[in-house]
Ligand binder design. Sequence first.
Ligand code: ATP
Ligand code: MG
Length: 237
Amino acid sequence: MTLLELRDVTKRYALGRLERVALRAVSLDVHPGELVAVWGLRRSGRSTLLRVAAGIEQPDEGVVRFDGRDLGGRGPGPLGSALGFCSTRFDQAHGTTVLDHVAIGRIARGAGRNAARSAASGVLERVGAGHCMGFDPRELEPAEAIRAGIARALVTEPRLLVLDEPTSGVDLLERDALLELLRSLADDGIAVLAAVGEAVGGADRMLAIGDGQLRGETVPEHAPVVPLRPRRAEPSA
Ligand SMILES: Nc1ncnc2c1ncn2[C@@H]1O[C@H](COP(=O)(O)OP(=O)(O)OP(=O)(O)O)[C@@H](O)[C@H]1O
Ligand SMILES: [Mg+2]
């Protein structure tokens, strides 16, 4: 079953009197339980692809369907419920805790405060950021902020998670642990579409994008990401 479907999607932006084509006839399918990574150079069109895939922006040509439904259709779309979007960083929120900030997504869907907090606490634990619940979001380390952002997107129990550069600005150990988290979310049945800046392990498919066009697809060996571990000190003789 295809959960997310893009067909011949083209997206243009006006640049003064000029026009910039950010996506050119992009087609792709994402299935439940799949981790699909889109990688490319800077300005290759990754973020635009994700915004259009999440229904944040509409394509100029082509169609985007989520669960068979046109994302450009009338009525409330799945964004913020069955479709979770996470941009590069957890939003800077003033005067609240990480727990409450994550809970907001659930409150916006009609949950009471206690139920929303309980759901937020569950997803923060799930993504390995349970220790951050009481923090001010501005205190978070980069990797914690990414995990909290993922928790915020997960709190509405989405079937598709769209993430823009979830491994940027973190060291190699943290990057591999984050990839391992994305892999485990996909293994739980969530479809994950993530833009990355480099080839990564653990994805089911890697799509290369260049100048707004999908250039190729690699199917890496389906192996779990093995996080790098610091080497043990050699025992002294
Ligand atoms: N809102 C916008 N208005 C005008 N041009 C845009 C807009 N968003 C993207 N573009 C242009 O579309 C192209 C693709 O940009 P996009 O941000 O999708 O690429 P990216 O691969 O995510 O790049 P980055 O390395 O900046 O993250 C670029 O040339 C960019 O300038
Ligand atoms: Mg980008």
